[in-house]
Design a protein around this ligand. Structure first.
Ligand code: ZN
Length: 253
């Protein structure tokens, strides 16, 4: 790993992007932190501070005690709906428009990459964009879900009365095979994988950078804090993700 002052490293990353015939971004929670969305895994304050998200945002809880699931998930769902993309999302959308990146693989469910204008977005954990009835498969947009809650605070399908679930991958659920296949294909074709705002610790997404390395591709990491791939990366930038990416777009102009 190279150790240089930040502007030199940003210029070096711009060079890597210029030289790459296929660059793919892989993003995690850190890319949305400047939009005011806290990392799910950082300790929370208030009512739910004593609750492990993995035990509430879990498919078993959704199925056995949907009121408890929604009492945790509904406020988050609502607050995500208000959030706007930041300069990191905008930078990645701009790089795609310029033909400099092929697409974005993201672990985030906040749909902010699409909101920023990214078109080839693979949301491996799904997104809050839609929720679906588990019985009749009717799909509801994010702005429609609030109208579906019954007196117990459970989202109920307006067509059939069945349970409505966000189209996100909950804890205890498997990732969609077709989505992972697309992510795997992109990771294998990448000459450069740009990992942004992810600790690269959660499988199976954490396996994607290894696929790029195995095919002879390079990694660049823009993330605060350690990742398991730091030693194998061409370079690592550890500033604020929005500032780093905005600087890289400027360096590529
Ligand atoms: Zn239904």
């Amino acid at each position: 790993m190279e150790r240089q002052v930040a502007p030199a490293r940003q210029a070096r990353l711009a060079d890597l992007i210029r030289q790459s015939g296929c660059t793919v971004a892989l993003t995690g929670a850190g890319v949305s932190v400047p939009s005011g969305i806290p990392d799910f895994r950082t300790p929370e304050t208030g009512l739910w501070s004593q609750v492990d998200p993995m035990e509430v945002a879990h498919i078993d809880v959704f199925e056995r005690d949907p009121a408890r699931f929604w009492s945790y998930y509904r406020p988050r769902f609502q607050s995500l709906g208000d959030k706007a993309p930041n300069r990191a999302h905008e930078a990645l959308a701009e790089l795609e428009r310029r033909g400099l990146i092929e697409g974005v693989i993201t672990q985030n469910i906040d749909r902010l990459h699409r909101a920023a204008g990214s078109e080839n977005v693979i949301e491996v954990h799904g997104s809050i964009e839609t929720s679906s009835c588990r019985r009749c498969a009717t799909s509801f947009g994010v702005e429609e879900v609030e109208e579906l809650f019954d007196a117990e605070g459970v989202a109920i399908c307006s067509a059939c009365g069945g349970p409505v679930k966000p189209d996100v991958v909950l804890f205890g659920e498997l990732l969609a095979e077709s989505t992972m296949a697309r992510a795997t294909d992109l990771a294998e074709r990448a000459e450069l994988m740009l990992c942004v705002g992810s600790s690269l610790a959660v499988y199976p997404v954490a396996g994607l950078p290894q696929l790029t390395l195995d095919q002879g591709g390079r990694l660049a990491i823009v993330t605060q804090g350690p990742t398991p791939f730091d030693a194998e990366a061409e370079l690592k930038l550890e500033g604020e993700v929005d500032e780093e990416l905005a600087a890289i777009v400027a360096a590529l102009a």
